[in-house]
Each structure stands twice: as structure tokens, then as C-alpha cells.
Ligand binder design. Sequence first.
Ligand SMILES: [Zn+2]
Length: 119
Amino acid sequence: MKHGITVQARAIYRAAFSGDELPKGWKVSFVDRCVSSRRQRFGSSRKINHSPARRWGQCWYSRKTIEVLSPSVHPGHEGHGGWICTLIHEFIHQRCPRLRHGQEFDRLIDAALVRVWAS
Ligand SMILES: [Zn+2]
């Protein structure tokens, strides 16, 4: 089951990236599960795939869709909201398709989160 959160996600995107807009055509949805079987359905998609333990969000370039595990089932959803961290993580994939996980990736996430919490 999916729940659209694109409007809320757009506001978070603007806060995270100093007023930048989530590009036209992109959608953000909550999903109850981020499962690898989706990979078959969208086999030709260019897609960031996380290790099972970290599969809390997915960024689908071909469908311009970001999926984030619903807050109710998202790990670490207390306090500032783990799902927002996951959303920002996927936003970085959206903005930097070639950037791999690592120090620079984490630095961009941290900087974005600081701006979100300050907003
Ligand atoms: Zn990732």
C-alpha cells in the first residue's frame, strides 16, 4: 500500500537544499515494504539498492519516484523521525546519481539535515 507524501516531501526538499525545488515529475511515496522483488518488476530501472538491513528507502530514476518506508514501521522513528533521514538520503541519490555511499555522501546528508531541523 502506498501513501503519497509528495507535498510534504517537497517542503522538506526546499528546506534541505536551500530553496531548491524537487524537480518536476518526481514523486515521493510511503511504502509498507521496500522489497527486492520490486527489482524484477522494474528490472530495467536504474536504481539504488541498499543492503537488506538498510532498505528503508529507494530512489527510482526511471520512474522519478522515491519510496520511503512508512513512519509507523520505520526503524528509529522516534524524535526527529528516522524516515526523514531516509528521505534525505534518497534525495541525495536523486541529486547526485553518480555519488556513491561514503564520506562525501554522509556529509551532504548531515548538511541537509541541519538545514531541515533549523527550518
Ligand atoms: Zn543509498
